[in-house]
Unconditional design. Structure first.
Length: 286
């Protein structure tokens, strides 16, 4: 059951996901009617509200936009910041995708995943690829600066200390814009956010699966990464591009840009690239 409230910038609603967990979703509708749908999946230290600017640009280009708060994050239900299996995040995305499709039957749906949300989006493409017309990966968290041995140990110990806080990300690594950094530091929905061991282990296991199965992703794929990203490594996006099974795939590296390309200096060029890429594929997908 969805409860809806119309706000000035977006509609807000709640949807029932896997195991009855209530997830919070924002949506933006273009006028007069959308040509396609874009679903946005955020990563760590984020929530759907941080994509209001990008969503407004997409809506102005004629796309209906749906952005969810993954369980345990933003305004969704669930233990704060903890997930034991990325399949739970995938279920939240699927709930959102199916709601979007029910309201816009016949329109192509594109899934945009940022950072750890890109991991979720790629797993979604493996498990529910037939629901999508294309996949957009921004700052893919496929390779990270942490040593591989640390990530391997995390998988082993997460069962013993699932709630141990093992990772804190710095807002200044997300954007070069001091106003964005200040807003992130003041945001109560991500205040004092630290990632539990179980969450990091779930992401590592998901990436292990992706390493083995990326060749099964045959959707059109757009992969975006900043060369100065300190949170996730551009090499991970390059590996995704090299291994993706799609014949329609594109990798764009933005020189000097940092982790959140849609909140960094130069974001206007990034969103223009995304809109242009979708535009080229909507006629064939519709």
């Amino acid at each position: 059951m969805a409860s809806r409230a119309r706000g000035a910038a977006a509609s807000e609603e709640t949807l029932s996901s896997k195991d009855g967990v209530t997830i919070f979703v924002r949506s933006w509708e273009p006028a007069p009617a959308p040509r396609a749908v874009v679903v946005i999946c955020h990563g760590l230290n984020a929530h759907s509200g941080l994509y209001a600017w990008a969503a407004a640009q997409l809506a102005a280009a004629g796309f209906a936009v749906f952005a969810l708060d993954l369980r345990g994050r933003g305004r969704s239900e669930g233990e704060r910041f903890l997930v034991r299996d990325i399949a739970d995040y995938v279920a939240d995305v699927h709930t959102t995708v199916m709601a979007a499709k029910s309201r816009h039957p016949g329109l192509p749906v594109f899934l945009l995943g940022h950072s750890a949300g890109g991991v979720t989006a790629c797993v979604y493409a493996l498990d529910h690829g037939s629901e999508l017309a294309g996949l957009i990966s921004e700052s893919f968290a496929f390779r990270v600066p942490a040593p591989m041995i640390v990530l391997t140990v995390m998988k082993s110990v997460s069962g013993l200390i699932p709630r141990a806080k093992v990772l804190r990300l710095k807002s200044r690594d997300f954007s070069r814009d001091p106003q964005v950094v200040a807003a992130l530091d003041a945001d109560p929905l991500i205040a004092n956010e630290a990632q539990p061991a179980a969450t990091i282990a779930a992401l590592v296991r998901a990436n292990d699966r992706l390493l083995a199965e990326l060749g099964r992703i045959t959707l059109p794929v757009l992969i975006l990464h900043g060369t100065a990203d300190k949170v996730t490594l551009p090499a991970g996006s390059q590996l995704f591009f090299d291994r993706a099974g799609s014949s329609d795939k594109q990798l764009k590296l933005y020189d000097g840009h940092v982790h959140d390309l849609l909140a960094d200096y130069g974001k206007e060029g990034v969103i223009a690239d995304i809109i242009g890429w979708i535009d080229q594929r909507v006629p064939a997908a519709a």
